[in-house]
Design a protein around this ligand. Sequence first.
Ligand code: HEC
Length: 250
Amino acid sequence: MGNLVKQIIEDLAKPFLADLKELPLWIKWSAIVVTCAATIPLALIFRARTAFSDKPRIHFIQNMDNQPKYASQEANALFLDGRAMRPRVEGTIARNGMADDTHLYMGVADGEWASTYPSSIAVDHELLLRGQGQFNIFCSPCHGAAGFGDGLIHHRATQLVETGVNGTSWVAPKNLHEEAIKAQTVGQLFNSLTNGVRTMAAYGSQISTEDRWAIVAYMKALQLSQDADPSMVPNAESLTRKSVSEGSNE
Ligand code: HEC
């Protein structure tokens, strides 16, 4: 059986081997070289699949994926001043960007800090609740929920200053119940939180105009809450007086 198979293979291979012997030597060598070279693309593909490269991928079909464009601060010879970024044409105002109402947008009325709320802001319970929410989000971390300047950030920063971590320095957030701040008009408070004040950052870009007025109204309510005249409470005389430290809220 084994012999038979061998015989068949030999019979089949004989003409082929005979042909091979007659081939010129250079063809044989070329065949060997081409066979070896054929592994190179495979090896390159294998390498490309596993190795890291910081070059862009080979990208045959572009589909407008890459287009010429100017990055910020780049030069552009088209313009006389050579700048690709065009300066804003003086006096232009973005759509809906007209802020001519100084009372609403700057807290200024008749050239002074406004002592009243802008006419488009209705000071009601809803506004105060909105102000409370926004104050608790944006201001209480430093100024504390009740505005005494004792927020969590203040506690943590004080701790860091005391332990001298990384040379931390800290300006304490203001106690919003200080006389000097209670005496401020709503316009000035609005300006402080819109544009920042001394070391405090500005919130004009993060909080909408309406919400900033809501925060101002809530700050005024907070101040009043800590310093209200009993006569403001109906039937105040008939109520029993208790100080907060007694821990009762009857
Ligand atoms: C990251 C901490 C921080 C946050 C958050 C913060 N403040 Fe302040 N605030 C300060 C500090 C610090 C000062 C005192 C600045 C100084 O004296 O240099 C200050 C001062 C003030 C003053 C007093 C300004 C004056 O005339 O003396 C007001 C009013 C005030 N903040 C309101 C707000 C309101 C409203 C918010 C929320 C929108 C807010 N702050 C959020 C840190 C903060």
